[in-house]
Design a protein around this ligand. Structure first.
Ligand SMILES: *Cc1c(COP(=O)(O)O)cnc(C)c1O
Length: 360
């Protein structure tokens, strides 16, 4: 390396290969995912020592890229001829990008309903040239279809989080949190949809604890949207409903892993209402300067709910995983924002648009 050159981050496969169960000699398919910022909260902590892990800064704007890099690396090692997945949007955006990178076609099944998938995610899948199928049904039905397809076609790589390599990749988020804080936090708050990511984080924290790279594991708060909260109620939800489309899932495929993780971690699944999710979404943007998508804000809403219940106490160290970028869902941002004003192009007219407190 030339003198003065900073060692470049190589992405999760190469940075963490020794800690991933990936076939030896698998090629690394990478867009330099991972290495995302851990940002201290200024106002949202309300007495806790709170940090945000900004997973929206991954290459396609969500944490899915960590798992996708490893799953697609494994797919190439296996000689897969195409990728397939069901998705509420971010998995398909990520699969489409890593398919392009790997030189493989991608077949994406997303729910067809109005507002089922945020516009930015659809735009990504199309831009990357994937074959996008709008399925008549919800996410759970789309996932059942692609699982059956993958059984019938051994040359297909199923890249949903039922693929064990997805969780392997996503556990690197926990590794980074430990490296960034110097230890595991006391609490991890994370949104739960298909329940893969919470399971992956738990695995990552346990592995680092076992290897002596941390002194503790966190307690877990798994935040589900109230209209899609099967892990809170203990019952599958046939028609999941929430503004947080990324976690609009009624039958989480990794429910068993997530239940075990939360039990071992002495944690809790909490339901957060859409109004609480949107309050956290606006607060993050307006009071912290962090623009995430609604599903991601469920982690902050879950943290606040845990604080109110006395579960999380003053002074405790907490990390909220902000799973995806706010740019994914521009329609929501416009709906939640103050409407723009119109004015003549004169200084006087512009000054008239200032908030009252600044007018004199
Ligand atoms: C996929 C996703 C989730 C949910 O993760 P699961 O592993 O399905 O529980 C949360 N937020 C965003 C932005 C996502 O894309």
């Amino acid at each position: 390396m030339p003198a003065g050159t900073v060692a470049a981050w190589r992405g999760v496969v190469e940075e963490f290969r020794g800690d991933l169960s990936l076939p030896a000699g698998a090629p690394a398919v990478s867009l330099r995912e991972g290495n995302t910022p851990l940002v201290p909260a200024l106002r949202a902590g309300r007495g806790a020592d709170l940090y945000f892990k900004i997973e929206g800064q991954n290459p396609t704007g969500s944490f899915k890229d960590r798992g996708m890099a490893v799953a697609v690396s494994g797919a190439l090692a296996d000689g897969a001829r195409f990728l397939v997945c069901a998705s509420t949007g971010n998995t398909s955006a990520s699969a489409a990008a890593y398919a392009a990178r790997a030189g493989l076609p991608a077949l994406l099944a997303v729910p067809a309903g109005e507002g089922a998938v945020a516009k930015g995610k659809l735009a990504q899948a199309l831009a990357f040239g994937a074959r996008l199928v709008l399925v008549r049904g919800n996410f759970d039905q789309a996932l059942a279809a692609v699982r059956a397809l993958a059984t019938a076609r051994p040359d297909a790589a199923l890249v949903n989080s039922v693929n064990p390599l997805r969780l392997e990749g996503q556990k690197t988020g926990a590794f980074e949190v430990v490296q960034q804080l110097g230890d595991a936090p006391q609490w991890l708050c994370i949104p739960v949809g298909n329940a893969g990511n919470i399971s992956a984080y738990w695995r990552g924290f346990c592995e680092y604890r076992q290897a002596g790279r941390s002194t503790r594991v966190p307690r877990l708060v798994g935040a589900q949207a109230a209209g899609a909260a099967p892990l809170v109620s203990g019952q599958w939800v046939d028609r999941p409903e929430t503004v947080a489309s990324a976690i609009r899932i009624g039958r989480p495929a990794s429910a068993h892993l997530a239940r075990a993780a939360v039990a071992e971690a002495d944690g809790r699944f909490l339901a957060v209402a859409d109004a609480a999710i949107l309050e956290a979404y606006r607060f993050l943007a307006r009071e912290e300067g962090i623009f995430c998508e609604p599903a991601s804000a469920a982690s902050l809403a879950g943290f606040w709910a845990a604080q109110r219940q006395g579960l999380i106490r003053q002074g405790e160290q907490v990390v909220c995983i902000l799973t995806g970028s706010g740019l994914k869902d521009p329609d929501r941002a416009v709906a939640e924002g103050d409407p723009p004003l119109e004015a003549e192009a004169t200084p006087e007219a512009l000054l008239g648009a200032l908030p009252r407190a600044l007018c004199d």
